[in-house]
Design a protein around this ligand. Sequence first.
Ligand code: NAP
Length: 251
Amino acid sequence: MHTPFDLSGKRAVVTGANTGLGQGVAVALAQAGAAIVAVGRSAMDETGELVRTAGVPFTEVRADLATLEPISRIVTEASASGRIDILVNNAGIIRRADSLDFTEEDWDAVMDVNLKSTFFLTQAVARTMLADGKGGKVINIASLLSFQGGIRIPSYTASKSGLAGLTRLLACEWAAKGINVNAIAPGYFVTNNTQALREDPKRSADILARIPAGHWGKPSELGGAAVFLAAPASDYVHGIVLPVDGGWLAR
Ligand code: NAP
């Protein structure tokens, strides 16, 4: 049955889909009917199994997004069996240290993956989306640090605040061309990204106490927002950063 949330016949590229939020998003898009192309540097067997169980094709493209080098290959391989309709820029890293001690290496590494590769992969995919005039959907995985400062993560906050700005800019440039560019700002989810926080009993308890929903997010709880932003239901939605945060920002 076709609904405004149906992704049957669509192909979605999801970066960093081997684990965590990327895996959750890939599975949700697959369950809505989209074929999945998972892009990442690690084995994606588990995601492949979950996606195929949903009854849609799964393709894996191995690539390290620390540099721009693999980008044209990613687009070529991802579109080998059909056009890319949806791009989810999920791959991201975080480095933690006091700002007074923060190194150039930790600055550059985070900015390169979270912002630079995201922009240039989006540019490359958007060119294909515009080439046949059919447009598409771009979903950036932002953060609460797109709205807030945080502590001890200067390059991460800069990258995610930058990603929110980039989302708005690209929406302004491409909305009339048929590409929706939006972002999701996850709150605190149980993934590798937050392992250090969850292992710190005080930080972990403080964070939990502030989440109105009363629990850390599970990757599966992000999927619905991604399906919405990938589907016809959001055709008139451009340039938003949608929090999925258990109410954190409402506090
Ligand atoms: P995660 O489990 O650490 O996943 C990060 C993903 O990015 C992994 O698939 C990782 O691959 C991939 N990745 C990192 N560097 C890469 C590179 N150079 N090339 C290709 N892939 C690379 O953490 P997560 O929480 O699911 O993070 C997913 C996204 O959500 C990130 O953008 C993160 O900033 C954002 N986010 C997370 C939270 C949260 O609470 N968890 C909150 C807000 C935003 P490997 O497994 O090979 O390292």
